[in-house]
Structure formats: structure tokens, C-alpha cells
Design a protein around this ligand. Structure first.
Ligand code: AQP
Length: 328
């Protein structure tokens, strides 16, 4: 069984990225052939600084390694090192409906913010994501809830390709965590914790210092009622319950039961303490891993070679199926 997922080197990674995706990446190494990419080409679809981008790629790689990715047990590479992704993107545009892309929530949200220049790259983002996964004939795509729509689109694209050109691509499945698939912003618990629309106080970063984490949880927005339990009118408390459940590896019902007598203030302190303990080892390992850029580059080089060996086979099959290039 093959697993593929990509993560963008946009800004600092937050608790939502960690719980929704990175934790699953680590687990994936024990479940199958795991392939993970730092998708730098995707990050060109939102405003970026060319001098900062290479640094952000290293930052992201160091976080993934600190979280427990092991280059001996998975393939970890930088997307732009494997040119097959961009070629496959173009080939897949011929089986992607423009109307489908126009319906993508992420495109609608982010293009509304790109007032000066709404880019074609942002529009084609889901096709590049489809190419990422389909190039490896992956069966599973571990992602957070916000990426479900993009995985549905790539399934349609793969199915349409196979129907039109013959059985060539694997139709993948999204793997979305039961708990923690959509971690919400602590200051606005009706919006997901996010990189591009981050509220500084509502976003907990993986590399935040313990005092910052404690402060952010202490100030987390809740309702004016009481009772630590999940309810539609308690999105703030429900979010904190989910966070504590994932961090402790227990069911949210266990958290509700254990804290049924607690006031909101005490509960926030408990969640903050658990998150501090949870992230502390990652932050410590990060500092050591991030310092050695030569090692990160050599991990990328080895990962890209292994990734290319797989993706080039798919590309050759796709080109042949479509009649592109010299006949085999
Ligand atoms: N709030 C979240 N809860 C759970 N999972 C989440 N993910 C993102 N936000 C949450 C998952 O993290 C993975 C990596 O996301 P990415 O590569 O898109 O990285 P990003 O751009 O830094 O993440 P954001 O926060 O999602 O940025 P915005 O909102 O600005 O686009 C994905 O699997 C994603 O589902």
C-alpha cells in the first residue's frame, strides 16, 4: 500500500498542520510505503519571498524530521526536484473540467484575497496536487478536512483519465483523522487554524515557546456558559476538547468526563500544559536538525532520486496512453 502527501513550506507550521497531517505522516511509515513531499511549487500560488522560500523548505523539513519522519522508512523530497510533477500537471489539465476548478472552496477563498493579481497558479493548484499523488499511484492521501475537496477532484481526474485513455492511474482515497481533522483558530473557533489567514493569537505554532502556548490557550475565545462538553453553540470549548483528546491519545468523551467539574479557566490551563509537553520534544529536536542544512539537502537528494524512479514510470505510461512523444 502506497501513501503520498504534500505539505507546503508556507510560513511556520501550526498545531492544525501537526495534528491534521504530520501525525498521520509519521504513522504512515508503519502502514505502508510512505512518500512525503515539501511542495514548494504549491507555495508559489500565494504571496512569497524568493529569498525566504529555501529557508522555509528547510524549516518544514526539520519539523517533519523532528516529528518522527525517518528518511530510511519513508521517501522525503522537495517537489521542485522532481520535474515529473509539473509535466503530469499539464497532461492532466486535458481531463480536468474548468468548472470543477472554479468550484474549489480554497480557490474561491484565496482568489478573493488576491485582489491585485488572482493567479492562474492558484486556479491550477488542485491539478498540481492531483499530479503529486497520481504520479506515485498512491492509494492513500493523509490530509486534514480542508483538503477533502481536492482529493475528490483528483479522484475524478484519475477516473476520467482511465475512462478516456485506458486503465493507467490509481484512484486514491483521502485519509482524514477521526479527531483533529479541523483544528480551529483559538481566537475565532468558527474558522480553521490557518497559515494565510492566521490571527497571531489564535494560531499555535509547533515551535512556539511554552509561555506563548500558555498565553494563547489562556486567551482562547469560549462561550459565556459553563460545562466542558461539545455542543454546536460551544465551538471554542469543542475545539479545546478535540485538541486535548488528540494530544493525550484518548477519545474526546474521556476528556469531557475527566473535566466535567472544571471551569473554563482551569480547563484551558490543562490543555495548554498538555500541548506544551506534546510539542516540547519536537522543538528540541528541531533546533538540532535545522542547523544542519547540508544533511537536509542530502536527504532531499536521496529522496528525489527514489521519487523520480517511481514517478518517471507513471509518466512514461501516461505519455504512451495519451500518444504524447515518440511511440514506445
Ligand atoms: N486547521 C487545520 N486542522 C487540521 N488540519 C489542517 N491542515 C491545515 N490546516 C489544518 C492540514 O495540514 C496539511 C498541510 O497543509 P498545507 O500544506 O496546505 O500547509 P499550509 O498552507 O501551511 O496550511 P494551511 O494552514 O491549510 O494554510 P491555508 O489555510 O492558508 O491554506 C494539509 O493536509 C491540511 O489539510
Amino acid at each position: 500500500m502506497r501513501i503520498f502527501s504534500g505539505i507546503q513550506p508556507t510560513g511556520r507550521k501550526h498545531l492544525g498542520n501537526y495534528i491534521g497531517a504530520i501525525v498521520q505522516y509519521v504513522a504512515g511509515q508503519d502502514r505502508g510505503e510512505a512518500i512525503y513531499s515539501i511542495v514548494d511549487l504549491h507555495s508559489l500560488t500565494v504571496p512569497f519571498d524568493p529569498r525566504e522560500l529555501p529557508q522555509l523548505v528547510y524549516d518544514t523539513a526539520a519539523i517533519l524530521l523532528a516529528a518522527g519522519l525517518d528518511p530510511e522508512r519513508c521517501i522525503l523530497f522537495r517537489q521542485s526536484d522532481v520535474h515529473e510533477h509539473t509535466e503530469l500537471t499539464w497532461l492532466l489539465t486535458s481531463v480536468t473540467a474548468k468548472g470543477e476548478l472554479e468550484r474549489m472552496t480554497q480557490y474561491k477563498d484565496k482568489s478573493a484575497k488576491q485582489r491585485e493579481l488572482s493567479t492562474a497558479g492558484l486556479f491550477l493548484y488542485p491539478v498540481l496536487m492531483a499530479a503529486d499523488v497520481l504520479a506515485y499511484r498512491a492509494h492513500e492521501v493523509p490530509v486534514g478536512e480542508d483538503q477533502r475537496q481536492h482529493v475528490e477532484l483528483m479522484r475524478d481526474v484519475a477516473g476520467r483519465f482511465n475512462a478516456r485513455f485506458g486503465e493507467t492511474l490509481v484512484v486514491p482515497e483521502a485519509v482524514i483523522p477521526q479527531v483533529g481533522a479541523r483544528i480551529m483558530d483559538l481566537q475565532d473557533p468558527t474558522s480553521k487554524m490557518s497559515t494565510t489567514s492566521a490571527s497571531a493569537e489564535g494560531t499555535v505554532y509547533v515551535l512556539d515557546e511554552p509561555a506563548q502556548i500558555e498565553r494563547k490557550f489562556k486567551r482562547a475565545v469560549t462561550d459565556s456558559g459553563k460545562g466542558v462538553h461539545r455542543a454546536p453553540d460551544k465551538p471554542g470549548i469543542a475545539n479545546l476538547i478535540e485538541i486535548l483528546a488528540v494530544v493525550r491519545g484518548v477519545d474526546p468523551a474521556v476528556v469531557e468526563h475527566e473535566h466535567r467539574e472544571a471551569g473554563y479557566g482551569d480547563f484551558k490551563v490543562a490543555v495548554a500544559a498538555a500541548v506544551v509537553d506534546y510539542l516540547a520534544p519536537v522543538r528540541e529536536r528541531y533546533n538540532e536538525l535545522r542547523a544542519d542544512e547540508a544533511r537536509l539537502e542530502s536527504i532531499f537528494a536521496a529522496g528525489a532520486e527514489r521519487a523520480r524512479a517511481l514517478a518517471s514510470v507513471t509518466l512514461a505510461d501516461v505519455r504512451a496512453a495519451m500518444g504524447v512523444g515518440s511511440p514506445r
